[in-house]
Design a protein around this ligand. Structure first.
Ligand code: AHR
Length: 509
């Protein structure tokens, strides 16, 4: 029996809600069709946003949504997407499939979507092919409440009040699709561009120490294990924040995708054997090392952890579904994706002191989506149900937990059988999430708690490794009750089924 020790007295960081964030790009059928169908669509919609999708996303409490890209962000010119729709420029989405876009989803529509979702906003600016002025004017357009050319333009387009931009990304993947820059070059560009991401929330004559900056600036961080990028960018861009300011940055991004067969071959989303199952999960576990190593570099510059590591793109990336546009990145989602999500979210929780936002790529119809749509039909993927299972960790207090594991997997890809994290939720209950990576061995767990449990409820996402949800069979994988939990003198006893993720909610006496 594996021992799980939870010390609720040892309170660690607060788990930021934004760790459970999502990403929506103008890519394939994510925005158009997946979220936005237009104000005249026969599909049930509110101001053009699909009601079924918005309702489903609200149920998992989407805390923040990143937009408009991705690689698209460094080619996006925001003025093309404002004003009367019939006058908006038609553009070619050169990066993703060369499709034509009518720009009917732009700045106003994005904020309307976030309003409907009740989530925070994360706008990614264009450093790669846009000007400093363009970026600066976008911020003015979105956030300035006074009289100015851009605020006036916003009002002319029907929005009197400014919106709240919670996070602003200054470029995306500038080591690649965002301009193929060297870290030295990007770092200097970052310093310049971010200067003009003005904080319009500051009142004139207000002493700096009484001011909390409202936009948090995200600097483009490394691709996977490019530790040199992290170091070089921090060397040039990190400075301590004087009171009332955030210095040059509030977060450094990290992008990491799991490609089972490597970047070139990627691999099928649905056809895989046990070996590829463990290989995929072992690659998901690599997130732990990446966070540790990038955090260690950040600690040198920023031991107080003023800036966050923002994993604003993560998830699985397979070969597209046969017969679909290769530029649309549409892939199926199975129990394997559910486990990748469960493992990764446990890792993020455990690093909540440094990882304060993460955005799964991507929210609808693209890569490791939580939702698929087809015409007026919608289906929730296994990954959706993991976000549902883990939602109680949002805003919770991470507490110390340790679990005994045994090695499973293959010779080339050995993995621990279990991962876990525990927190005290905003509802006052202890929330424990455990994943069992083994395909065939249930794991009996003896949990030792430093508090007495007066009641416990459980739920799980479980199934055969290939189990998936389709439009024909939408409920193969859902959240199911998990009620074989015994309250013992020291804590709890329960058995986590093979190939599953479990959530326990414990009332503490
Ligand atoms: O999420 C798909 C793409 O992956 C994004 O546009 C880009 O930032 C990354 O390479």
């Amino acid at each position: 029996m594996a021992k799980l020790k939870i010390n609720t007295e040892k309170k660690l960081a607060k788990i930021s809600e934004e760790i459970y964030g999502h990403f929506s790009e103008h890519l394939g059928r994510c925005i158009y069709e997946g979220i936005y169908v237009g104000e005249d669509s026969p599909i049930e919609q509110v101001n053009g946003m699909r009601k079924d999708v918005v309702d489903a996303l609200k149920a998992i409490k989407v805390p923040v949504l990143r937009w408009p890209g991705g690689c698209f962000a460094d080619e996006y010119h925001w003025k093309d997407g404002i004003g009367p729709k019939e006058n908006r420029k038609t553009i070619v989405n050169t990066h993703w499939g060369g499709v034509v876009e009518d720009n009917s989803f732009g700045t106003h529509e994005y904020f309307e979507l976030c309003r409907q979702l009740g989530c925070k906003t994360y706008v990614n600016g264009n450093l790669g092919s846009g000007t400093v002025r363009e970026m600066s004017e976008w911020v003015e357009y979105m956030t300035f409440s006074g009289v100015s050319p851009m605020a006036g333009l916003r009002r002319q387009n029907g929005h009197e009040e400014p919106w709240k931009v919670d996070y602003f990304g200054v470029g995306n993947e500038n080591w690649g699709c965002g301009g193929n820059m060297t870290p030295e070059y990007y770092a200097n560009e970052y310093r310049r561009y971010q200067t003009y991401v003005r904080d319009y929330s500051q009142k004139p004559m207000q002493p700096l120490e009484h001011h909390t900056p409202s936009i948090r600036k995200i600097c483009c961080g490394p691709n996977v294990d490019d530790y040199e990028w992290t170091k070089t960018v921090l060397d040039t861009c990190f400075c301590h924040s004087p009171k009332g300011s955030h210095g040059f940055m509030d977060g450094l991004s990290l992008h990491y995708y799991v490609h089972p067969e490597g970047w070139e071959r990627k691999g099928s989303a649905t056809e895989f054997d046990a070996g590829v199952w463990y290989k995929t999960l072992s690659k998901a576990l690599y997130m732990e090392e990446l966070i540790q190593k990038h955090s260690a570099i950040m600690d040198v510059y920023d031991p107080e952890k003023e800036i966050a590591l923002v994993v604003d793109e993560w998830g699985t990336w397979y070969t597209v579904e046969p017969g679909t546009n290769p530029g649309f990145l549409y892939q199926q989602n199975t129990m394997r994706d559910a486990l990748v999500a469960g493992i990764t979210l446990n890792i993020f929780n455990k690093h909540a002191d440094r990882v304060r936002m993460a955005n799964l790529a991507q929210i609808v119809n693209v890569l490791q989506a939580v939702i698929f749509t087809e015409g007026d039909k919608m289906v929730k993927t296994p990954t959706y149900h993991i976000f549902d299972l883990y939602k109680h960790h949002q805003g919770a207090q991470l507490v110390d937990s340790q679990i005994e594991t045994t090695q499973t997997g293959t010779k080339d890809y050995p993995v621990p059988n279990l991962t876990e994290s525990a927190s005290i939720g905003t509802d006052g209950r202890l929330h424990i999430t455990v994943t069992n990576l083994s395909l065939d061995q249930p794991a009996a767990i003896d949990a030792f708690l430093d508090v007495s449990a007066s009641a416990v409820t459980g739920e799980m996402v479980a199934g055969e490794m290939h189990a998936k949800n389709t439009f024909e069979d939408p409920s193969q994988v859902t959240v199911k009750a998990f009620d074989t939990i015994e309250i013992t003198k020291q804590g709890l006893k329960f058995t986590v089924p093979a190939c599953s993720a479990v959530h326990l909610a414990v009332e503490m006496a």
